[in-house]
Design a protein around this ligand. Structure first.
Ligand SMILES: Cc1ncc(COP(=O)(O)O)c(C=O)c1O
Length: 378
């Protein structure tokens, strides 16, 4: 079945007998049992809920996984995933990373006795150099937030298999519509479902998707024990969002390419980071491992003042954190998404005061370009 048909029909509505075309929101905390020791398959909504299960089975199919677990946010998914590890374990993570993931690794994981090394995973040799006896996993974000750096997933998967490491891939930016990490050898896919999967800037969600039954069992145990589950209503919003994922992404990508090209021709823009531009260092790997470049980009202005001016002057595009929704958003990573990364690390990675990140929404490309033009040159 084609991906777009799967997005519409999901795993099939086996939960309802009324013929409802839209899956009902089973707003129930608990479920009665037909007899002693018997269950309908649903006991308590922290463990299972029909609306959420429909969503989970759908996301598992979209990612070619065996199981998908829906969390109340992307960070809840990551925090639960980290419970797989024990004090003394070592993890290698991409150095350019969503600031919240970096914060979790450097504070919460550290407090729990884990060590996380941040490496430039675009060169997989850096991973090989960092592996030690205690290393248990490699965590990559590709493309990265905010610099859009691309890591070769199959190459890292090869290294992980040889060294018996778990490969975790944050697939938030491209979604399974453009990139399927499990098919490239990853063990766990993580999502901020708040972004493209939800798609409307109206709800938070997160996912862990796995292809292995043992891993699924361990994560399900942690899930029911720690409890950061997605509510029935938010599950329904995600189901609704996913129905239009392919059409949204196609159109958002088309507009992102136009905007990236326009930015390249602006005197006051000094660099454009978008893997869909042929001279981007991640262009060839992106072509090899994905079916699209996505709709996220970042760019560097000629000065801090120009960056501030753009943030203050955009009117259609909103100056706000987050990404992946129908409304275009512009973000200042240094003060927002990446504010908690120590300044010297940020500077070393190129996240400075001239860097802006743009999440291209579904407005007309000409309107967005006019808005950017007024903000930059007006
Ligand atoms: C790449 C990436 N991963 C994870 C997260 C965390 O997700 P959430 O905000 O849903 O907790 C974000 C949030 O911006 C993100 O951009």
């Amino acid at each position: 079945m084609d991906f777009s048909t799967l997005c519409i029909h999901g795993c099939g509505n086996k939960y309802d007998t009324t013929g409802a075309v839209s899956i009902p929101i089973y707003q129930s905390a608990t479920f009665s049992h037909p007899g002693v020791g018997l269950s309908t398959g649903f006991d308590y909504s922290r463990l299972q809920n029909p609306t959420r299960e429909y969503l989970e089975h759908t996301v598992a199919k979209l990612e070619n996984g065996l199981d998908a677990i829906a969390f109340s946010s992307g960070m809840a998914a990551l925090a639960t995933l980290m419970e797989l590890f024990s004090p003394g374990d070592h993890i290698i993570a991409t150095h350019d990373l969503y600031g919240g993931s970096h914060r979790l690794f450097s504070h919460v994981s550290k407090k729990n006795g884990l060590t996380v090394d941040f490496d430039d995973t675009t060169d997989v040799r850096n991973i090989l150099k960092s592996i030690r006896a205690e290393t248990k996993a490699v965590f990559i974000e590709t493309p990265t937030n905010p610099l859009m750096l691309v890591t070769d997933i199959s190459a890292v998967a090869g290294i992980c298999k040889e060294n018996n490491l778990l490969l975790i891939v944050d697939n938030t930016f491209l979604t399974p519509y453009f990139q399927k990490p499990l098919l490239l050898g990853a063990d766990v896919v993580i999502h901020s479902g708040t972004k493209y999967l939800g798609g409307h800037n109206d709800t938070l969600a997160g996912f862990l998707v796995v292809a292995d039954a043992g891993l699924s069992e361990r994560l399900r145990f942690l899930y029911k024990t720690t409890g950061a589950c997605l509510s029935p209503f938010d599950s329904w919003l995600l189901i609704r969002g996913i129905k239009t994922l392919p059409v949204r992404l196609e159109r958002q990508q088309e507009t992102a390419i136009k905007i990236a090209k326009w930015l390249l021709n602006q005197k006051r823009i000094k660099a454009v980071h978008y893997p869909g531009l042929p001279d981007n260092p991640g262009y060839e790997i992106t072509k090899k491992q994905t079916s699209g470049f996505g709709a996220m980009l970042s760019f560097e202005t000629d000065s801090e003042e120009t960056a501030h001016q753009m943030l203050e002057r955009v009117s259609l595009i909103q100056y706000a954190e987050s990404l992946g929704g129908v409304e275009s958003l512009i973000t200042y990573p240094i003060l927002q998404t990446h504010a908690d990364i120590p300044e010297k690390d940020r500077e070393a990675r190129g996240i400075g005061n001239r860097l802006l990140r743009l999440s291209v929404g579904l407005e007309a490309a000409d309107d967005l370009i006019e808005d950017l033009n007024k903000a930059l040159n007006g």
